[in-house]
Unconditional design. Structure first.
Lengths: 115, 110
């Protein structure tokens, strides 16, 4: 039980599909994050939400659309993806936002393959 | 902006041998430093963290790390490696947008 649950674990989608990734945290945290993990590259921070408000968007293409309806849930909506978007997408949460020293708690990720 | 370098992409050690994984950071002020471990098919798990105070920090699973400001380093160590330690290890620096290194893959030989 990691405290951060991601679904689905695996997703294969065509470039014209629309799908969503879901993340739920049971830790009472106030900040949630989406990271992209590609082989041989450092983790890339995509989006940050503090108290449901988006505070960071690190130049992520508009084909990725986040949604944070409350402090416990985070979604990543996907549409018209490219093959280079294939990666492991990790959700994380922390007690406070990324200006503080609270460590990140990660989910097990969604392995996305774009065909 | 802060950054992290993990010079070793892949390290192989024998079970029972000692381990040191290197991490160098770049940060303009006092950094917050973290080590995470990722097993196959899993997310990242926090091993230990340094915020201030004693420069030698203890973590879970018998790991420790030493902060050396003069060398901008935060190397991870373990005196005796177990086969279950085989995984990928990530160093990270904050606060602000936490920056991760590219990771070091650890293989443990029987």
């Amino acid at each position: 039980e990691t405290g951060v649950t991601q679904t689905p674990r695996h997703l294969v989608m065509g470039m014209t599909n629309k799908k969503s990734l879901k993340c739920e945290q049971h830790l009472g945290h106030n900040a949630m994050y989406w990271y992209k993990q590609s082989a041989k590259k450092p983790l890339e921070l995509m989006f940050v939400y503090n108290f449901k408000e988006q505070t960071e968007n690190n130049s992520v293409p508009s084909r990725f659309s986040p949604e944070c309806p409350n402090s416990s849930h985070l979604f990543l909506h996907l549409h018209t993806l490219q093959p280079e978007d294939s990666a492991l997408y990790l959700c994380a949460s922390s007690s406070f936002g990324n200006s503080y020293n609270s460590p990140l708690h990660f989910g097990n990720g969604t392995r996305l393959t774009v065909t | 902006a802060q950054s992290v370098t993990q010079p070793d992409i892949h390290i192989t050690v024998s079970e029972g041998a000692s381990l040191e994984l290197r991490c160098n950071y770049s940060y303009g002020a006092t950094p917050y430093l973290f080590w995470y471990v990722q097993s196959p098919g899993q997310g990242l798990q926090l091993l230990l963290k340094y915020f201030s105070g004693d420069t030698l920090v203890q973590g879970i699973k018998g790991f420790e790390a030493e902060f050396k400001r003069s060398q901008s380093s935060f190397n991870l160590r373990k005196p005796s490696v177990h086969w279950s330690d085989a995984a990928e290890y990530f160093c990270a620096v904050g606060p602000g947008d936490m920056r991760f290194g590219a990771g070091t893959r650890l293989t443990v030989k029987p």
